[in-house]
Design a protein around this ligand. Structure first.
Ligand code: CMC
Length: 431
């Protein structure tokens, strides 16, 4: 059980006027709006300036908890390690969306509903076909999710719980189909329809890799690895893309448009794409003999050790530990990626080196995930799609929480205006 709010106060003295104000502290936060009472005559009320929200909470949330110093990640209070070990992705998606693990009947119903919605409208194929042969699959995924709002115009009535639930089910069910078709498009291969006899992860693999065989059969160890990767990527509280979904969703737009905004945010290299850079780095290092020189270059500031460091985690990213274990299982099936030896040795050296220790730089989720994706035969452009598919459940859990939160308003930050003030228009011939 989560504890109720704890309330205390903060006394602020405005040295411009000598006035003191008492501001409530609730759950370790003050409300920025409470600072509005602080002002000087003729001036604007006091406000905070916080680019990138580095110390501003934009919501109260009960979905995901992170303790970056301790390396803890929990969905609805359940440690990520236990979920990765025991759960399936759809069970975790249910947990994120509903707050509790499903019982067996609830899980059966949920899996049945998702499985029933895996097909997309046939016109979606035409939309996909319209993309250039080398279109980036993330751009294709974003556009097709956005286009879904036109296929399901009733989605705008999401305040009706039934309508809302249907859109959530549809989106979670259809993103693997759209992601797989984007991949097939780039390969010039025919799109594969969903096979509803298969599990969520198996079906995704079938839509990606099936050729002329009547039934696609994936190695269960690879299916398990994909499930684990999906679980690890399902949510990560108020990151850039979750914030984009909430911000766009706060205008009251339909959930497809809000999630499409999240996909756009994830597409950016600062958010979704470091695992590709890790692969490039490992290839460049080539052999373990070159690691010493490489580390010296990093310490001299020539480049970064990609896949290391995190804004929130100042300890081993708990997801990286789980992925590292999964690499062994995947390589048992696919054969070892020779880059693994370089990655393992690099990690060992970095974790002992004072430069990294002092700065609390540890492997993050991207350090090993690219190696697995490559072993599963994904080209680097697909890596971010593999992130977006499971993150859809997290985005929708965040969106759903937002639309049910009476504290929330349309996102509309303030600015500190630093430009010119009122001046007369200058005719062209006088400029
Ligand atoms: N290699 C070498 N030095 C580093 C690294 C690194 N990977 N990361 C941080 N540092 C140094 C940085 O130069 C700085 O040193 P100094 O204090 O001497 O100036 C110090 O550590 C603190 O770094 P910072 O840049 O202030 O930290 P940040 O919180 O702003 O940046 C980060 C976090 C993830 C952007 C950064 O660690 C980084 O660029 N890492 C490599 C890229 C990467 O792996 N990104 C994936 C992040 S996990 C995916 C996700 O959750 O979205």
């Amino acid at each position: 059980m989560t504890e109720g709010p704890t309330t205390d106060t903060l006394t602020v003295r405005d040295n411009r006027t000598g006035t003191e104000y008492e501001i409530a502290i609730t759950d370790g936060h003050i409300r920025a709006a409470d600072l509005k009472q602080i002002s000087i005559e003729g001036g604007d009320p006091l406000a905070t300036y916080d680019p990138g929200f580095v110390n501003t909470a934009a919501c109260r949330s009960a979905v995901t908890y992170i303790d970056g110093d301790a390396g803890v990640l929990e969905y609805r209070g359940y440690p990520i390690e236990q979920l990765a070990e025991n759960s399936t992705y759809l069970e975790v998606a249910y947990l994120l969306l509903n707050g509790e693990l499903p019982n067996s009947a609830q899980l059966d119903t949920w899996v049945h509903e998702v499985t029933n919605h895996t097909f997309v409208h046939e016109n979606m194929k035409n939309l996909m076909h319209a993309f250039r042969y080398n279109a980036h699959p993330m751009g294709m995924l974003q556009s097709s999710v956005s286009a879904m709002s036109t296929f399901y115009p009733e989605a705008i009535n999401f305040t009706d719980p039934e309508v809302r639930q249907l859109q959530i089910t549809r989106m979670i069910a259809k993103v693997p189909t759209l992601g797989a078709w984007a991949f097939r498009h780039s390969q010039g291969k025919p799109y594969v329809y969903p096979d509803n006899d298969l599990s969520y992860a198996e079906n995704f693999l079938a839509m990606l890799f099936k050729m002329s065989e009547p039934k696609y059969e994936a190695d269960p160890r690879l299916v398990k690895a994909l499930e684990v990767l999906f679980i690890l990527h399902a949510d990560h509280e108020q990151n850039c893309s979750a914030n984009a979904v909430r911000s766009v969703g706060s205008s009251g737009v339909d959930p497809y448009s809000a999630v499409a905004a999240g996909i756009g945010a994830l597409y950016g290299p600062l958010h979704g794409g470091a695992n590709e850079a890790v692969l490039r780095m490992l290839r460049r290092i080539k052999t373990t003999d070159n690691i010493g020189d490489f580390i010296e270059g990093v310490k001299a500031g020539k480049e970064k050790l990609m896949g290391f460091g995190h804004r929130v985690y100042k300890n081993y990213d708990p997801r990286a530990k789980i992925i590292k274990k999964a690499t062994d299982e995947v390589f048992e099936v696919t054969g070892k990626n020779p880059l693994l030896d370089i990655a393992t040795e690099l990690e060992k050296i970095a974790l002992e080196d004072e430069y990294f220790v002092k700065r609390k730089l540890y492997p993050n989720v991207d350090f090993y995930s690219g190696l697995i994706y490559e072993a599963l035969q994904f080209p680097p452009e697909m890596f971010t799609v593999l992130f977006a598919i499971p993150r859809t459940s997290g985005w929708l859990a965040q969106w759903q929480e937002m639309v049910g939160d009476s504290d929330q308003k349309i996102a509309r930050p303030k600015q500190v205006y630093i430009g010119e003030r009122t001046r007369d228009y200058v005719p062209m011939n006088q400029r």
